[in-house]
Design a protein around this ligand. Structure first.
Ligand code: SAH
Length: 372
């Protein structure tokens, strides 16, 4: 049974009790550990450079660190706390990893290649508590929050799939989970991604997608308004939205839109609103009209995502004519619209499907090759 959707108790447990210490997770205390050994602070930066810039796979590879220090690091920290359970690659260059965590839980992350862009889609939680009825990630509720180290490790694993002369350019937090329900672990991981000694990805190339939790949106605005915020709407009236996104019952569209507006005012960044088109459910011209009214004069982008069917779920993909009519209404009203293209055998929006071992047609690359 899915756990009760809730936005007032967003703090899912962070297990296991004594997780392996990822060397780049601030909670692992590398700085203090180095201090105890009278090692200079810049060693932490050197380790970061080795992992991100030079893609070292082990402490043993960090040849400019003293040998003894390398052995001590090896004993107390991990470069990898996850293993690659499945690695899939599609013809268009999209690659998807199913990572197994130290406690046996599994999460997904994806590398998308589009022109010069190298975008990664990362997860923030194991499962999800929001209960969106059409989404595979939330079927079993939320299991736990990811640690900062587990979020960083997704970036490291995906970067390792690129040839040496390519870098990750964009991050979208659109994998499994509700990122604003795990902000305390997510923000340090995204700070790591921005570090010039790390991946050096600027905030404006990082998108956080939320189901629309106003307290979380306000916290994000207060902490760091430079991120690109995407708010999942999926319906333009409360009755339908509550049916599709049960957490809406306790929030309501007016509060979601107000919080989004506050974020926009503080950040100055154009907002994105996501709208998953479900065949026969929210894809009529009336639904499009209602969405036009809801967006009103906002200078926002509406990202229309044709549903990716999930095995065992009753929801259908929109028909081509329904999709065109829906988009025509938005465009005719002057709304900025983007249709999410399908990439990688339809894996991009289908969060949680690989984890559930649903039918997925991407050829599997051996886990060995993926982790090399
Ligand atoms: N919890 C965040 C991130 C979810 S994943 C949020 O709600 O925004 C990013 C987007 O993909 C969300 O808009 C989500 O509703 C959508 N999505 C989930 N499952 C999908 C599916 N099977 N097909 C298409 N979009 C899906």
């Amino acid at each position: 049974m899915p756990s009760q959707p809730s936005f007032t108790t967003p703090d899912a447990p962070v297990a296991p009790a004594q997780p392996p210490r990822h060397v780049l997770d601030p909670a692992s205390g590398l700085a203090a550990w180095l201090g105890q050994r009278s090692q200079p602070e810049w060693r932490a930066r050197a380790i970061r450079r080795w992992l991100h810039g030079r893609r070292a796979a082990a402490f043993a590879d960090m040849t400019d660190l003293p040998r003894g220090l390398r052995a001590d690091l090896e004993a107390d920290f991990r470069v990898w706390t996850t293993s690659v359970a499945v690695h899939q690659r599609a013809d268009d260059g999209t690659e998807k990893l199913l990572l197994e965590l130290a406690d046996g839980q599994r999460i997904e992350c994806v590398l998308l290649r589009d022109g010069d862009r190298r975008t990664v889609c990362i997860s923030s939680q194991v499962g999800c508590a929001m209960g969106c009825v059409f989404c595979a990630s939330g079927i079993d509720g939320v299991v736990r929050n990811l640690t900062t180290g587990e979020i960083i490790e997704q970036l490291l694993r995906l970067a390792a799939l690129l040839p040496p002369d390519e870098r990750l350019s964009h991050i979208v937090v659109m994998g499994m989970g509700e990122p604003l329900a795990n902000l305390d672990r997510l923000l340090p991981a995204l700070a790591e991604a921005q570090d010039p000694e790390g991946l050096g990805i600027s905030q404006r190339r990082i998108t956080i997608s939320t189901v629309g939790l106003p307290p979380g949106i306000d916290r994000l605005a207060a902490a760091n308004p430079g991120y690109h915020l995407a708010v999942s709407l999926h319906a333009a009236n409360d009755e339908l939205r509550t049916r599709l996104v049960p957490v809406n019952k306790a929030i309501g569209l007016a509060d979601v839109m107000a919080a989004a507006d506050r974020y926009w005012e503080i950040s100055g960044r154009r907002l994105t609103f996501e709208y998953v088109l479900l065949g026969g459910i929210n894809d009529s011209e009336n639904h499009a009209d209602a969405l036009v009214r809801l967006i009103g004069g906002r200078a926002a982008l509406v990202n229309v995502i044709p549903y990716n069917a999930v095995a065992g779920m009753p929801w259908k993909e929109p028909t081509q004519p329904a999709r065109e009519r829906f988009l025509d209404v938005l465009r005719a009203a002057g709304v900025n619209v983007q249709v999410r293209r399908r990439k990688g055998a339809r894996i991009d929006a289908a969060c949680g499907q690989l984890r559930r071992a649903a039918a997925d047609t991407m050829p599997i690359v051996s886990p060995h090759e993926a982790s090399a």
